[in-house]
Write a protein that binds this ligand. Structure first.
Ligand code: UGA
Length: 433
């Protein structure tokens, strides 16, 4: 594989993983970020996100001089053959993707790009953004390629180095080939296509995953009604390779920095185009309804006669949107906490990933770094993130501190017998067990 000079603009979990992994594949990478404090920390190999393997890769890259960090995106791109835009595209007005960061950087780098450079959109962006970036760059010698990422938070390095596919799309086939060559050492099927197809692939993937989860959570309701077990039903269908077993684990709803934002962005794109996509709407609505149902269940068991949870203390175990991350963005745990709080509940929460970061959630709940303190006098315990630590908890001690007996296992992963021995009643989703 031939070494390329690569610039990566944005060092969030996608940008930093992309930069560090491309350096590990033998390319020369300069990463730029507008936050000077972050750039300083990265130069000392201090990574402030929870991504297994990433600190080591950053350290190796710095040591071998294959990876550098700068605060200035024009400086990063001046020597680059390929420039990756890994910028936030948050949910903007009406659910649409907010492209302000992408557009601002395109403006900043346009005159600095060397002749013949390729600009790659890795950020999740609506169809047509490649053309929009090309128009902003106004550089006929610079091609724009869409190369969406499929990295899961908490597994980003693994997913980058072991991709199940690589998608590159551009109106310029030669530029797409140059981007694909960066990954030549990774054995993965390659989909080379036009920009619109590559951009839509990313939304289609996240929509499909969200749809699977809404399906599983809905199916869980059916299981509860008919006394069936969701784990057995999903195992029963998952063995069919046309369905697949992955992404069918019921939970407190799907969240995180990507699935909610991308499904809403796709919906907004459809609405703007006058296309009705009932399946997409139902996928989003099912998630909201599922969480409402779980809150109802907690209220039905812990509320006073008036249905209010006023003054009822509840212990929340896990706030991160999934295990392996401290990320709270669009966390289902917080969505459920908000609804419980609106009904007057007093919430005490523990999450192993937040003991160090200690985010300020004081308007919603009291965060403790002791699971037993969170359980003190609580009417029930809600397990909202599937942290393996919770399997090892001293459940006898938790039982001694709880007022009530119910543990709502909204991740369906606790050991029923263990809780039973502690005198607790485990209630899972979609299962009598
Ligand atoms: C997601 C996609 O999985 C990645 O492929 C994609 O690249 C990424 O978004 C992105 O667009 O950048 P991520 O946001 O890290 O990755 O989160 P997931 O691991 O997909 O989990 C999403 C939500 O679904 C979480 O709340 C998780 O707890 C929930 N989930 C997942 C379930 O409830 N059940 C499952 O079986 C799987």
């Amino acid at each position: 594989m031939s070494e390329r000079r690569v610039a990566v603009i944005g060092t969030g979990y996608v940008g930093l993983t992309t930069g560090a992994c491309l350096a590990s594949l033998g390319h020369r990478v300069v990463c730029a970020d507008a936050d000077p404090g972050k750039v300083e920390r990265l130069r000392r190999a201090e990574v402030d996100i929870l991504e297994p393997g990433l600190p080591e890769l950053v350290q190796d890259g710095l040591k071998s001089d294959r990876l550098a960090f700068v605060g200035d995106s024009p400086a990063a791109v001046r020597d680059a053959d390929v420039v990756f835009l890994c910028l936030p595209t948050p949910m903007g007005a009406g659910g649409a993707a907010d492209l302000a960061a992408v557009e601002a950087v395109a403006g900043e780098i346009r005159t600095e790009l060397p002749p013949g450079a390729v600009v790659v959109n890795k950020s999740t962006v609506p169809v047509g953004t490649s053309e929009r970036v090309a128009a902003l760059l106004a550089r006929p010698d610079v091609a724009v390629v869409s190369n969406p990422e499929f990295l899961r938070e908490g597994r980003a390095v693994h997913d980058f180095l072991h991709p199940d596919r690589i998608v590159v799309g551009s109106a310029d086939a030669e530029a797409a080939r140059r981007v694909a060559e960066l990954y030549a050492d990774l054995a993965a099927p390659l989909v080379v296509t036009d920009a619109a197809s590559a951009e839509l692939t990313k939304y289609a993937a996240n929509f499909f995953l969200a749809m699977k989860l809404s399906f599983a959570n809905n199916l869980a309701t059916l299981c509860e009604r008919f006394g069936a077990d969701i784990g057995d039903v999903t195992a029963g269908i998952g063995h069919d390779p046309r369905i697949g077993a992955a992404f069918l684990q019921p939970g407190p709803g799907w969240g995180g920095s990507c699935l909610p934002k991308d499904t809403h962005a796709l919906l907004s794109v459809c609405e703007a185009a006058g296309i009705d996509f009932p399946l997409l709407r139902a996928t989003i609505e099912t998630n909201v309804e599922h969480q409402r149902r779980l809150v109802e269940r907690v209220a039905a068991q812990s509320a006073g006669g008036d249905g209010s949870l006023a003054g009822v203390r509840l212990a929340l175990y896990g706030l991160a949107f999934k295990a392996g991350t401290s990320d709270l963005r669009d966390s289902p745990a917080l969505a459920i906490a908000r609804q419980l709080r609106e009904r007057g509940a007093e919430l005490y929460a523990y999450d192993p990933a937040l003991c160090e970061t200690r985010p300020d959630l004081s308007d919603l709940l009291t965060l403790t770094d002791d699971p037993l303190a969170a359980a003190d006098g609580a009417a029930a315990c809600l397990v909202l993130t599937e942290w393996p630590d919770f399997l090892e908890l001293d459940w006898d001690a938790v039982a001694a501190r709880l007022d009530g007996r119910i543990v709502h296992d909204f991740r369906n992963f606790l050991d029923h017998d263990r809780l039973d021995r502690a005198g607790l009643v485990r209630q899972s989703i979609g299962s009598p067990y």
